[in-house]
Design a protein around this ligand. Structure first.
Ligand code: 5GP
Ligand code: ZN
Length: 115
């Protein structure tokens, strides 16, 4: 997708700090980290959200990379939170499927009050 910021990162049209890459998956640092570790994992192919018609194999591969990226980021032992935002109420802002890994601190139980 020409208009998608994460497709542009995959194509190296815009820069990102890449943490992990293989033929199907890319992981890179979030540009506006909410926690000391805040890494995004995406399929290289464009799917707009978790509700898209994503081949189960690719979805499995995407989530199987969570622990791998967590190990690279040094939070596999201490723990972390995995988030996939979807749509307006989920506060999805980039419409290319992505998995957030948040860690490096003891996270609050709730994400906070709605505004
Ligand atoms: P969402 O709210 O859609 O789940 O999260 C999108 C995330 O992408 C946000 O945490 C935001 O900081 C991050 N983000 C948006 N644009 C860019 C970008 O160009 N580069 C990087 N590295 N992260 C981005
Ligand atoms: Zn995209």
């Amino acid at each position: 997708m020409t208009d998608c910021v994460f497709c542009k990162i995959v194509a190296r049209d815009i820069p990102a700090t890449v943490v992990y890459e293989d033929e199907d998956i890319l992981a890179f640092e979030d540009q506006n980290p909410q926690t000391p570790v805040h890494t995004l994992i995406i399929p290289k192919q464009h799917y707009s959200s978790i509700s898209d018609d994503i081949p189960p194999e690719l979805l499995g591969k995407l989530f199987s990379k969570v622990k791998e990226v967590a190990k690279i980021k040094g939070v596999e032992e201490s723990g972390y939170r995995v988030i996939v935002n979807k749509g307006k109420d989920g506060r999805q802002t980039v419409f290319h499927l992505h998995v957030h890994i948040l860690g490096g601190i003891k996270l609050p139980i709730f994400v906070g009050p709605a505004d």
